[in-house]
Design a protein around this ligand. Sequence first.
Ligand SMILES: O=P([O-])(O)O[C@H]1O[C@H](COP(=O)(O)O)[C@@H](O)[C@H](O)[C@H]1O
Ligand SMILES: [Mg+2]
Length: 577
Amino acid sequence: MQLDAATQQTIDTWLNGNYDQETKAEIQQLVAQNASVELTDAFYRSLEFGTGGLRGIMGAGSNRINKYTIGTATQGLSNYLLNKYPGEKIKVAIAHDSRNKSDEFAGIAADVFSANGIHVYFFKALRPTPELSFAIRTLGCRSGVMLTASHNPKEYNGYKAYGADGGQFTSPDDTMVMDEVAKIKNIDDVKFERIAENVELIGEEIDQQYLDAITKLSVSPEAIERQKDLKIVFSPIHGTGITLVPKALAQFGFDNLTVVAEQEKPDGNFPTVVYPNPEEKEAMTLALKKAQEIDADLVLATDPDADRVGIAVKNNDGEFVLLNGNQTGSLLINYLLTAWDEKGKLDGDQYIVKTIVTTNLIEAIADAKKVKYYNTLTGFKYIGQLITSLQGKKTFIGGGEESYGYLIGELVRDKDAVISCAFIAEMTAFYKDKGSSLYNAMLDMYVEYGLYKEELVSLTKKGKSGAEEIKAMMEKFRSNPPQTLGGSKVKTLKDYELGVETDLIQQKQSKLDFPKSDVLQFITEDGSIVSARPSGTEPKIKFYCSVNAPLSTREAFKDVDAQLAAKIKSLMEDLQA
Ligand SMILES: O=P([O-])(O)O[C@H]1O[C@H](COP(=O)(O)O)[C@@H](O)[C@H](O)[C@H]1O
Ligand SMILES: [Mg+2]
């Protein structure tokens, strides 16, 4: 069997150390089978904090999610907190989603925090990720963790780690936590013995505070009052959305909700879908079926930890169409700015946020409404960080990213599908109340600002060899960038890893004002953008394409849309040539 020395050493540590029999048996079985690929993947490194915290496949190994890696991460986080807040009675909050073992891992995190003398507010049953962010802020916690792998396949689990502001850790604290985790060389240095008096159960009282707070954000309660029978279909896709989305919609005033029965029950095997990800068309099938059956106005579906939401609306031919994250995000921002404007609430102090791989349509909308916009790197944690840095100086109206994540208001510092569902329903009611529909509101938005069409192409490359392949692809684009894309010259290259923007026509370079990140962007003379980056949560390389063209009328939509689809295809062919 061919294993490198460091990997072999880690395996030996696990086989000889204080790990339980079940774990050792799992490793020994792989050793007996000479499963060098599996062993390498499981042990060649320790799990690292990526875009969305720790995330990995469940199983034995330093590069897997198991009670030992969760325990070690929590010990590292505890050490960081104890250093940062010496002499203080530190409080943290813990929640978990519906995945297999999420509850068990949440218990381990509680054991370790409490054993370190940290007070734990422990959600006694599954809850959405955004509610954890809210709880951290409301309960004056210094940190919090959410046990979830978000929308990843069922084999995965993970650990989203939050700071005192309710946002996921960003630099320099993310590295400080990781350094503390890396310092733990021996599993015996992790305190697994729970101190029961340090663990306090929480639940309904936080739910109610959260629901009351988000209801106050509502901008168009009159429209909802008149359209309260808006027919909404909702699916939690076997996740945590069920705990709060129906209540939030009810509290906003909607009283005609149908929950997709087959997907209502939380279940870590996600038995009715291939992936529990509302970005996947297939995951929306049952919700769409229900919507057709009852002739609904709106379809909403949330991912397992209820921070993402996918939606579908009826087009003018009476068919339900799925909107992508750029469309929903643009619609939300357009609605919010319109409604704030109508109420005379825009006074120059407000702002919105998107990420660099999210549609520039949002910039066009903000410009037209004279509202300031910001771009951040991919990762909602950067949006959260920005909100915290501007808190008290400017007002955050809303923000979002292409990967189905949005947030309205400053109560939470992560994407929030509960708030988003309420506001997507509110905007649908708003346009219906004006005699239009959400679909027509989208067409009108395109007529006003131009039709922006985006597509995400991801290539999956698993394991150590996959990671190397992705690295090589990025290097190739970096050293040999495309000259033309979709028939138009590439005029700008942005390299966020080097922090440099190059004007390829004038051969001029300038600095990019962003933290370093492995992202490349090619911008053509006709305004198309292609961004390439390795995913930080899944073994994938991602290509984000964005093209746009003017749209003269609602009726011209299908033709212009088809032209833009063809353009994206040719762009992607050029890129892969
Ligand atoms: O997975 P989630 O929903 O927690 O979301 C996390 O991962 C997404 C995908 O990231 P990547 O492209 O690096 O895989 C990011 O867009 C998102 O901001 C982040 O919060
Ligand atoms: Mg999620």
